[in-house]
Write a new protein. Sequence first.
Length: 189
Amino acid sequence: MKIGVMSDTHGSLLYFEKALDALNDCDFILHGGDVLYHGPRNPLPDGYNPKELALRLNEVENILIAKGNCDSDVDQMVIDHPIQTPYVVSQFGKLRILITHGYVESKEDMIKKAKSMNANVLISGHTHVKELYLDDNLVVLNPGSTSIPKDGSHSVATIEVMGEDHHELDLDINLIDINSGEIIELDNE
C-alpha cells in the first residue's frame, strides 16, 4: 500500500495538479490542511484558482483532509470531502496515522498525543517546511507546502508499507519535489 501526503495547497490548482501527478500511484491521499484559501499573503500562489481547485478536489477519491487555520466553513460548502478538525486518525492495516494541520498545539503536545494514540506516523503541515524524523518509534512528517514553500521546493511525501509483522512495520517514506520528481534528502533524516 502506498499513501500520498500533501499539505498547504492554498488554492493553487497548478501545484495541486503537480502534487497529484507526483502521487499518481498512491492508494490514498492525506491532506494536512489549508486547502483553498491563501491567507493574507502577497503575492497569490501561482495557479491560484480556489473554485476550480474545489471542483478538481471533489473528483479525487480516497482523500482525507485535516482542517487548517485557513480553512473555513465556506470551504466545506464547496468541498465534498469532510474537512476534519483538529485531528484525523487513519488506520491502514497495522499502520496508524494521526494527521493535524499543526496550529492548535505545540509540536511536543502533538507528538505526545500521537504516541498516546499508538500512532506510527504523525503528519502535520502549517509551517511550509519539510520535516521527516523519528521520535522514539513515531515518525514525524511534514510534507512541506505544495504551493508556498518556505524551504525552497514545492513538495509532497509518500508512505509505502513494505511489510508488516507482529511487532514492526517496514515503511519507506520519501519527500518528493513536485517540480522535478526527485526525492528530497533532509539533513535530519
